[in-house]
Design a protein around this ligand. Structure first.
Ligand code: AMP
Length: 181
């Protein structure tokens, strides 16, 4: 099972990814976590990544695509994988295809913009300040949202869910849908 999780920041992708990953026995790759790890190492690449994350901008497409490809090759996930936070642009989705990274299902969790700010401010991550969140919402709408349409014709199963429901309700719905994939 090869799955992509889509949705705005704060929609609950990370939370649901843990459940899905456990249910289907597939590794969960968080693009943001992968980038934060690299940034923490303070390598030349890490410093570059940190300067982009800290203002809420995306890192260059080729850079993240290379990190994801490397992760898949190193982990060799035979039963599949769950990608959370990648792809985030149409160009990344295209790079993904070109590199033979295939997808069986897309899960899109949605919440309104008005909900994002409060949820992220409560999380208190370094890039969770009002100004940075504002930029991330803008980036989401201009760069990531168009992926919904892109994947509707690409993935055999496209699951949409309202992220305002309870964690349990959302989890049960997604797992039920994925079981029937
Ligand atoms: P997240 O943990 O998904 O909220 O991501 C945190 C930050 O990492 C984002 O605001 C971006 O700066 C960066 N990031 C995460 N995933 C990607 C991606 N696929 N492409 C470019 N930048 C990304």
């Amino acid at each position: 099972m090869r799955i992509i999780l889509l949705g705005p920041p704060g929609a609950g992708k990370g939370t649901q990814a843990e459940f899905i990953s456990e249910e289907f026995g597939i590794p969960h790759l968080s693009a943001g976590a992968l980038l934060r790890e690299e940034a923490k190492r303070k390598t030349k690449l890490g410093i570059q990544i940190h300067s982009l994350i800290s203002v809420g901008n995306l890192v260059p497409d080729e850079m993240i695509a290379k990190l994801i490809k490397l992760w898949i090759e190193t982990n060799d996930p035979k039963e599949g994988y769950l990608l959370d936070g990648f792809p985030r642009t149409i160009a990344q989705a295209q790079l993904m295809k070109d590199n033979g990274i295939e997808i069986d299902a897309v899960v899109e969790i949605n919440i309104p913009d008005s909900e994002i700010m409060g949820r992220l401010l409560a999380r208190k991550r370094e890039d969770d300040t009002e100004a940075i969140i504002g930029n991330r919402i803008k980036v989401y709408h201009s760069k990531t949202k168009p992926l919904s349409e892109f994947f509707q014709s690409e993935a055999s199963q496209y699951i949409r869910i309202d992220g305002l429901g309870s964690i349990e309700e959302i989890k049960n719905y997604i797992i039920h849908k994925l079981r029937n994939t």
